[in-house]
Write a protein that binds this ligand. Structure first.
Ligand code: ZN
Length: 320
């Protein structure tokens, strides 16, 4: 058995149009912990906001670049269109009530691969799903408003919308250590690492679908988890050997990253699990203060002036 180079999902990064509205949805309504307030390292006048479980564990991390006022994108091929999170089976009616209480339109419960799920969109139109499962041992983040039994636990699946799927499937199975575990109505489910929630990728083969357009409410990239710098270099060699243009390793402060485009044009990243989000603040303090990478620290005054303040807070559902 060859060495495990890919564990499953690490994070998903998407585009948003308003930082506070973004926080309102993911912490206010979904109850994810706000784990890091930093900047887009490639565009320091834009926030990079991170949400996750208590510690921001790989496989729970949803992140956003909120470019203020950018136009809405369009879902379509060449995109990751839906990010699914796990909830406990017993939490389904809690979430139907909670979404309804906040006037978030949703479809479902529907059923896929024998699991019930809800489909909806965030305030920018980003596709989100909650999948009710029987046996996901992950804890999510319990808080005053959403107790542990109802908490969102982390990722379940990401759905890749592909106009042609063969080469993407080949990349996932031959280079990225995923295996096909199920198929239903043009949806092919792949599993990595130890399997289960946070380790699924669905390739949805939709040859006649419109092409996606990047903008608010669309995913920028999906990152897969690798154990350390050595396994990252090994997986980089593998994708290079297949002819993909992988970047050199880039220091993202909380993880080290390489990027390449898969054959369907979705941007893939491979991110190391260490060092993680406690590299610059304690577990208790995660998300409480604007964190800058060391090379931007001299510009803190200017950056803090440009960015609008945001307030993350889990909302109590309005009484109906
Ligand atoms: Zn990333």
């Amino acid at each position: 058995m060859s060495e495990r180079l890919i564990n499953g999902l690490h994070h998903v990064t998407a585009l948003a149009s308003n930082p506070q509205r973004n926080v309102d949805f993911y912490t206010g309504i979904l109850g994810l912990r706000f784990i890091k307030k930093t900047i887009n390292f490639d565009a320091p006048d834009v926030y990079h906001l991170y949400y996750g479980d208590e510690a921001g564990s790989p496989g729970t991390i949803m992140t956003f670049f909120p470019y203020v006022g950018i136009p809405k994108g369009r879902k379509g091929t060449g995109q990751l269109t839906y990010t699914a999170f796990t909830i406990d089976q017993g939490a389904l009616s809690f979430w139907m009530d909670r979404l309804a209480a906040f006037n978030i339109p949703f479809e479902g419960p529907k059923q896929r691969f024998e699991e019930k799920y809800l489909t909806f969109e965030d305030f920018d139109g980003l596709g989100v799903e909650l999948v009710a499962v029987a046996n996901d041992p992950r804890q999510g983040w319990a808080n005053d408003i959403i107790p542990a039994e109802f908490a969102v636990k982390g990722f379940h699946t990401v759905t890749l919308h592909e106009a042609s799927a063969d080469r993407t499937v080949q990349l996932l199975t031959e280079q990225m250590q995923h295996k096909l575990i199920a198929e239903e109505a043009g949806r092919f489910r792949f599993e990595a690492g130890q399997g289960g929630g946070g380790n699924y990728v669905d390739v949805l083969y939709v040859p006649n679908s419109v092409k996606g357009l990047q903008g608010a409410g669309t995913v920028h990239h999906v990152a897969f988890s690798t154990e350390n710098d050595e396994t990252q270099l090994a997986i980089r060699e593998k994708v290079l050997s297949m002819g993909f243009q992988a970047t050199p390793v880039i220091d993202r402060n909380y993880f080290h990253s390489i990027y390449f485009r898969e054959p369907g044009n979705i941007l893939f990243e491979i991110a190391t699990n260490p060092p993680g989000f406690t590299v610059d603040e304690t577990l208790e303090q995660l998300g409480s203060k604007l964190q800058l990478p060391p090379w931007q620290e001299p510009n803190r005054g200017k950056i803090e002036q440009i960015l609008d303040p945001i307030e993350p807070k889990v909302w109590a559902a309005p009484q109906r």
